[in-house]
Design a protein around this ligand. Structure first.
Ligand code: DLL
Length: 427
């Protein structure tokens, strides 16, 4: 099978393969992983015959993985493990994800598809500004570059002026980072008097956090690139679960032969219909070290109903709207930070950085929007009025606005903190 064929499977083939994968998974983990031994007791692998049967299998939750820290989810001997990553564990125990040699191959293959969808291959120079370390971004992109035969510059995050110098001097054709860090790199670049014309970049592979289409256009203009979205999570593999192709550039192809996916109603746990928003549920049934079944990602998206002009048959999901736990309700209106980003970036006097602070004044929630003007000359009162009116007209919300001095909102070198919830401190 050629590398192109793997993204041109028929839908029947994929459904058939998923049944086999689920049956194999149940057989395998019932022996090897105590968590699944309990969870799947009484389930006969042979009884899984179609997609509907799969949709009735039990879910795995983040809390299950936290409780299993560090090695209770391991399905192989520790001596077969070659690499271990973990989530930051800021809101509880970290989640450990382990890789055998086979898992590293699987990851490289999934990531190679991300690069091929972006038109990246031999002859390209990849400037990799995702953090190297326990976070899967750095090494995930690194393995992709090796797999497709591109040269990789393992920059990691930080030292932004040096990043700009290396981007220029090494003639990088590809930049990989979180979108918020790319935004910061672009800002530092402008401050150094360097424009996209001085660089050789053609494409950016951005992900690990939610970002709006307006941010995408901003990055495309500032860096002179096509800015593509890549999605993934440590629990499943790291980056590489889904990504955009250059041709379609409006939704992310899921590597569904490697990672089985479903979109469900988070309240009922049942599948939603195609095109309807819901929570993404993923199964990494081919993983050896830490295979996971029906993982509740908390990420909100939808399956795009139409096919992609690039000809790949893999289904596409929409850009992640946000995490279910990032959603907040302001006087009855449900909002994700990404929706506010979209609107703020339409206001031309604003620099593309912002922070949202949720606070509580007696019984009422208040949203403070912290912004910076693009240049110091703009009248603050004018901006405050403009932002308040715009957000009220487009999203139906009332906010307070704090216009800050240029360069005072913290810049991100990894995942940006867009929302600070002070209400949690008061309760
Ligand atoms: O963020 C893996 C990754 C690295 C993806 C580099 C893309 C690029 P975690 O640190 O485990 O793994 O965080 C996973 O980040 O559940 C989403 O909530 C969010 N996320 C990841 N990619 C996107 C994206 C990596 N493209 C969590 N859009 C996921 C929106 C994303 N959110």
């Amino acid at each position: 099978m050629t590398q192109v064929d793997e993204e041109h499977f028929s839908r029947d083939f994929l459904a058939g393969q998923a049944i086999g994968d689920f049956q194999g998974f149940i057989n395998r983990v019932k022996q090897a992983v105590p968590f699944y031994q309990d969870k799947l007791s009484g389930i006969d692998p042979e009884s899984i015959r179609d997609v509907d049967d799969i949709s009735r299998l039990p879910f795995t939750y983040k809390e299950d993985l936290r409780k299993a820290y560090p090695f209770q989810m391991l399905g192989v001997d520790l001596s077969d493990v070659q690499e271990i990553h973990a989530t930051s564990g800021t809101s509880g125990s970290a989640v450990v994800t382990a890789y055998t040699a086979g898992d590293l191959k699987l990851w490289s293959q999934a990531m190679a598809r991300v690069f091929r969808r972006a038109g990246v291959g031999s002859g390209d120079v990849v400037h990799n500004a995702y953090g190297y370390g326990l976070f899967t971004g750095g090494l995930g992109m690194h393995y992709a570059a090796l797999e497709v035969g591109a040269a990789v510059v393992p920059m990691s995050g930080g030292y932004t002026q040096r990043q700009v110098k290396m981007l220029k001097d090494l003639g990088a054709t590809v930049i990989c980072s979180t979108p918020s860090y790319a935004q910061h790199i672009a800002e530092v670049m402008a401050g150094m008097g360097i424009s996209s014309a001085d660089l050789n970049l053609k494409v950016g592979i951005f992900g690990a956090e939610s970002w709006s289409q307006e941010m995408c256009r901003e990055l495309e203009t500032q860096l002179g690139i096509s800015a593509l979205d890549v999605y993934g999570l440590a629990e499943i593999i790291g980056p590489g679960v889904a990504s955009e192709c250059v041709l379609g550039h409006e939704g992310l192809h899921v590597a569904e032969d490697l990672f089985y996916f479903e979109v469900i109603n988070p309240n009922t746990g049942r599948p939603v219909s195609e095109g309807e928003s819901g929570e993404l549920v993923l199964s990494s049934l081919k993983r050896e070290a830490t295979p996971i079944m029906r993982y509740r990602t908390g990420d909100i998206t939808r399956i795009l109903p139409d096919s992609c002009p690039c000809g790949r048959t893999t289904r596409r999901i929409d850009h992640i709207k946000g995490r279910a736990d990032d959603m907040f309700t302001l006087r009855g209106i449900n909002l994700f930070p990404r929706e506010i980003e979209s609107e703020l970036l339409r206001i031309e006097e604003l620099a593309p950085v912002f922070q949202l602070v949720l606070d509580r004044n007696s019984a009422l929630d208040i949203l403070e929007v912290h912004v910076e003007p693009k240049d110091g000359g703009v009248k603050h009162e004018h901006l405050v009025h403009k932002i308040k009116t715009h957000l009220n007209r487009t999203l139906g919300i009332n906010v307070t606005v704090a216009v800050q001095e240029p360069h005072s909102i913290p810049r991100s070198e990894g995942k940006a903190v867009r929302l600070v919830d002070r209400r949690k401190l008061i309760r």
